[in-house]
Design a protein. Sequence first.
Length: 272
Amino acid sequence: MTQPAPQQEQEPLWRRYQEPDDRGLINDVCDGLRLITEPGPDDPGQTIALAIVGAEAAEGLAAALDDEWALYTPQQAAVTASALFAQIAAAGAALEKLSDHLDVMAERGEATVPDYDGTGEAKRLCTAQRVLGGAGQEAFGAIDARDCDEAVDILATTAYTGPLPGSTHETYSQLAALLDDAKLIPACRPPAEDVCAAQDYEDGCGCHIELTDHDGIVWDFHRSDGTWYVMPLADTTPSGHPLTGRELSMTQTCPHPQHLALLVQQTLAGTV
């Protein structure tokens, strides 16, 4: 009787994640990194570059999570947690391997042999090696793979009841309902539900919103070239002050409507 093949372990969530729109943001951010990681680093400069990029990314993420709009859903938190758990495990392995490299350098005769019972540099190197190895082991010990998988699974399957739109057309509709003095101008080229992800990312459904600010100035909010724009419908204010348009820092096609409303208000406040 043929035994069934063992079930392959599923890849972690962060490896399986696919962006819901056509931005290709993850590839854009990671492409330079993959030029080194996919073939493997060829020299110490590339190894150090990987370490620094990892540190900048981790610090940037910690800072980003200070913003209440950094993530919208438990599912997004699940992907982020999955990636962070992988970072911890990889950092632990890297620290232990870094500790071993002190011995490698000593074997080549290019560094002092670390020695706890030695004196001077030998003892100091041993201290550094112990700290590196110990930190690596602590990183591994800080997480339990089964606990981490369970936490990610819980987040990934938690019901989300928020108002996330499913297309730019829904984004326009929900945004117009949140902003004062906002008028949705329907102009869908094909039916909204027939817009493909690539077109939706680039130019949306064709609709736009007219916004009137507290000074009575009318602005046009629309999507073009993968960007949200707020453009004035006049060249100057009633007092003759020139008006200029702005693009929003947000590029996502289906952001949380309250987040987008806040960004639109902040952008309008800075246009005059």
